[in-house]
Design a protein around this ligand. Structure first.
Ligand code: HEC
Ligand code: HEC
Length: 423
C-alpha cells in the first residue's frame, strides 16, 4: 500500500511551492505550522464524501453514487449509468465500486513487469476511471465535483463557498489554514485540500478490507463449496475461463492479496446500450465520431492522452475492473449494458458463438456484432479464450460451467456487504 504519510507531505510541499511561484502579487512562501494528519484528512474526506451540500443542486453526494453499504458502488436504487429526474444528469458510464481502486497505479502506456508480463510489453495499464484518464485520486475527484452532469460546481470559488458553509467548515479551517491565514481566503487552496482529503480518505481501511469469503479461503479459514471450487478451477483454466489472465485470483509472489484486475485495457466489445440510438453507420473512423459526443464512448483512445488519441487500436478499450464485490452490481461493463452477473459471464462464452443473443440485427437481417464500436476498431476486439470458440465451434463454457463461475464470483463479496448481496 502507498505510504499515506509521505503522500501528504509531498502534497503539502507541492501546495507550498505553487504558492511560492504564483507571481509578484502573491505573498511570499507560506510557513506551514502543524501539517494536517492523515486522521484529519480522512475524517474530513469522509464527511465531504457523504455531503450533498457540495453539489450545485444540494442533493448529490459522492455517496449517492458510491454507496458505502455496497462497497462504494451503486446500491439497488441507483441507476447505473446514473440518472435522476434531471435529464441534464444522465450519465454514460457504469458507476464503479471504489473499493480497491487505490491500487490501480498511474497510467502507463507500456507495462513491463517481470512477474506479470515476463519482461514483455503488456500494453497500457492503470489510472483512474474506466479509461484511466486521471493519474491520481486527487485529479479524479475534480471530475465529479465540477462536471455539470454530476455535482455541477461552476468553478473553484463556488465549491469553496459550499465547503465554507458546511457543518465541518470549522474543522476544515483549523486543519488547513496556514498560520495567521484563513484557508477560505484562497479558493484554489480549498479545492486542493478537498481533493487531497478525498484521496487520503479513499485509502482508509473501509476501502480495502480484503475480507471476502475467498480471502478467508486463501488464508485457510474458510472452505469453498464444490460448485465454487469448480468455478475457481474454470476461472484459472487457460483453455476454459481464462479469466485469470486479466482478473488475477492468486496472491502475488510477495504475498499480496489478489486484486482481481491487472488494470489492463481491453476491448471486449460490450453491446451498445439498448436505450441509445444505433451508432451512426457512416462512422468510418473514430475522428468522425467526435461530433456525436457522449453517444459514442471510445474509451482509451479518447482519454486525452497524447499518442493514443484517435488510434483505432485503442478505441473501445476500457480498464479491466476488479471482480471483487461484482455480485453487488446490477449493471455490467463500462456502459452498464448487461444486467445480470450470469449474463456478463455468458457474454464471454457466447459473444462469438451466438452473437444474435447480444447484438441487434441490421436492416439486412445480419447481426451487427460489436455494435458499440466504430468499424475501424472492430479488428482490435479481444478474441482470445474465453471468447475464442472451441475448434468445433462450441462455446468454451457450457451452462453448468457458467453457473459454477458465477458461484465462485459470489465468494468475492466483502463481509460487510454480504447482506446486500443476499437481496
Ligand atoms: C452521479 C454519480 C457520481 C457521483 C456523484 C460521483 N461519482 Fe465517482 N464515479 C462515477 C462514475 C460514472 C465513474 C466512472 C467515470 C468514468 O469512467 O469516466 C466514477 C469514478 C470514480 C472514481 C474512479 C474509480 C476507478 O476505479 O477508477 C473515483 C475514485 C470516484 N468516482 C470518486 C468519487 C468522489 C470522490 C466523488 C465525490 C466528489 C464522486 N466520485 C462522485 C459516478 C459518480
Ligand atoms: C483479456 C482480458 C479479460 C479476460 C480474459 C476476462 N476479462 Fe472480464 N473484463 C475485462 C475488461 C477489460 C472488462 C471491462 C470491459 C468493458 O467494460 O468494456 C471486463 C469486465 C468484466 C465483468 C464486468 C464487471 C463490471 O464491474 O462491470 C465481469 C463480470 C467479468 N469481466 C468477468 C470475467 C470472467 C468471469 C472472465 C473469465 C470467463 C473474464 N472476465 C475474462 C477483461 C477481461
Amino acid at each position: 500500500m502507498r505510504p499515506a504519510r509521505a503522500l501528504v507531505r509531498g502534497a503539502v510541499a507541492a501546495l507550498a511551492l505553487s504558492t511560492a511561484f504564483a507571481g509578484a502579487a502573491e505573498p511570499g512562501p507560506r510557513a506551514y505550522g502543524d501539517r494536517p494528519s492523515v486522521a484529519q484528512l480522512t475524517a474530513l474526506g469522509r464527511a465531504m464524501f457523504n455531503d450533498p451540500g457540495l453539489s450545485a443542486g444540494g442533493r448529490l453526494a459522492c455517496a449517492s453514487c458510491h454507496d458505502p453499504a455496497t462497497a462504494f458502488g451503486p446500491n439497488a436504487h441507483t441507476p447505473s449509468p446514473f440518472a435522476d429526474a434531471d435529464p441534464g444528469h444522465a450519465g454514460t458510464r457504469a458507476i464503479p465500486s471504489l473499493r480497491y481502486a487505490q491500487f490501480a497505479g498511474r497510467f502507463t502506456e507500456h507495462t513491463v513487469d517481470d512477474e506479470e508480463t515476463h519482461g514483455a510489453d503488456g500494453g497500457p495499464t492503470g489510472g483512474f476511471t474506466w479509461d484511466g484518464r486521471a493519474d491520481t485520486a486527487r485529479e479524479q475527484a475534480r471530475i465529479p465535483l465540477f462536471d455539470a452532469r454530476e455535482m455541477g460546481n461552476a468553478d473553484e470559488a463556488a465549491l469553496a463557498r459550499r465547503v465554507a458553509a458546511a457543518p465541518y467548515a470549522a474543522r476544515f479551517r483549523q486543519a488547513f489554514s496556514p498560520p495567521g491565514c484563513d484557508v477560505f481566503g484562497d479558493a484554489k487552496q480549498v479545492v486542493a485540500w478537498v481533493a487531497l482529503a478525498f484521496e487520503v480518505y479513499e485509502q482508509a481501511p473501509e476501502f480495502a478490507p480484503f475480507d471476502s469469503r475467498y480471502d478467508r479461503f486463501l488464508a485457510g479459514r474458510a472452505t469453498l463449496s464444490p460448485a465454487e471450487r469448480r468455478g475457481l478451477a474454470l476461472y484459472r483454466d487457460a483453455a476454459k475461463g481464462n479469466c485469470e489472465t486479466c482478473h488475477p485470483s492468486r496472491r502475488s509472489s510477495s504475498g499480496r492479496a489478489p486484486l482481481f484486475t491487472d488494470a489492463g485495457f481491453i476491448a471486449v466489445g460490450a453491446p451498445r446500450r439498448a436505450d441509445l440510438p444505433p451508432l451512426d453507420p457512416s462512422l468510418r473512423s473514430p475522428v468522425a465520431s467526435r461530433a456525436r459526443g457522449a453517444e459514442v464512448d471510445l474509451g482509451l483512445c479518447r482519454a486525452g492522452r497524447t499518442g493514443l488519441a484517435d488510434d483505432p487500436s485503442f478505441c473501445g478499450r476500457f480498464r479491466t475492473p476488479t471482480l471483487r464485490n461484482v455480485a453487488l452490481r446490477a449493471s455490467f461493463f463500462h456502459n452498464g449494458s448487461v444486467h445480470s452477473l450470469r449474463d456478463a459471464v455468458a457474454f464471454y462464452a457466447t459473444r462469438d458463438t451466438d452473437p444474435a443473443r447480444w447484438y441487434p440485427r441490421r436492416a439486412d437481417g445480419g447481426v451487427h456484432a460489436y455494435d458499440d464500436l466504430p468499424p475501424g476498431s472492430v479488428p482490435y476486439v479481444d478474441r482470445e479464450v474465453p471468447f475464442e470458440p472451441l475448434p468445433d465451434g462450441r462455446p468454451r463454457l457450457d451452462d453448468a460451467e457458467i453457473d459454477d463461475l458465477v458461484a465462485f464470483l459470489r465468494t468475492l463479496t466483502d463481509a460487510d456487504a454480504a447482506p446486500a448481496a443476499a437481496r
